[in-house]
Design a binder for this molecule. Structure first.
Ligand code: C2G
Length: 132
């Protein structure tokens, strides 16, 4: 069984998130998602609209996702890879190069991001819509 691991905030879940989760799962048999906690989001300079519990529920409802674990800080990945016996680490290519140090522990693959969609874009587009 090939085990894949990826990480993210996955706020305001959208098709860009689904695309990378689907493609990550296609590269193995079991997909683990490290989901950023609300507190970790603050250190990432992000404030998610949905809480950790709500984002976890959404992710767990996705057919490609087999396990959701909390992401508390940047440097837990090596321990996670060991603990969950991950064979492959996957991230969107906006992170290309940032996690190459993990190559000592598992394969590392950066997948192209889905263009034109992002949580930030959703938030700004909605701000332009006045609720009548
Ligand atoms: N993503 C994508 N296409 C988009 C938007 C996001 O492929 N249009 C991917 C990102 O590249 C990332 C994943 O979806 O691999 C989750 O994106 P975010 O929730 O924005 O996660 P991020 O803030 O990048 O956190 O330790 C790693 C961090 O937790 C990553």
């Amino acid at each position: 069984m090939k085990r894949v691991i990826t990480y993210g905030t996955f706020d305001l879940l959208h098709y860009g998130h689904i695309n990378i989760l689907q493609r990550a799962k296609e590269l193995g048999d079991y997909l683990i998602v490290g989901l950023s906690t609300n507190e970790f989001n603050v250190s990432k300079g992000k404030e998610s609209y949905f809480s950790y519990t709500e984002r976890k529920q959404l992710l767990e409802s996705i057919r490609y996702v087999d396990l959701v674990i909390p992401e508390y800080h940047w440097d837990q990945k090596i321990n996670d890879i060991k603990e969950y016996k991950a064979d492959l680490f996957v991230m969107g290519d906006d992170w290309r190069g940032n996690f190459d140090y993990l190559k000592d522990y598992c394969d590392v693959k950066y997948l192209s991001r889905t263009p034109e969609i992002s949580t930030t874009k959703i938030k700004s587009d909605l701000n332009l819509v006045t609720i009548k």
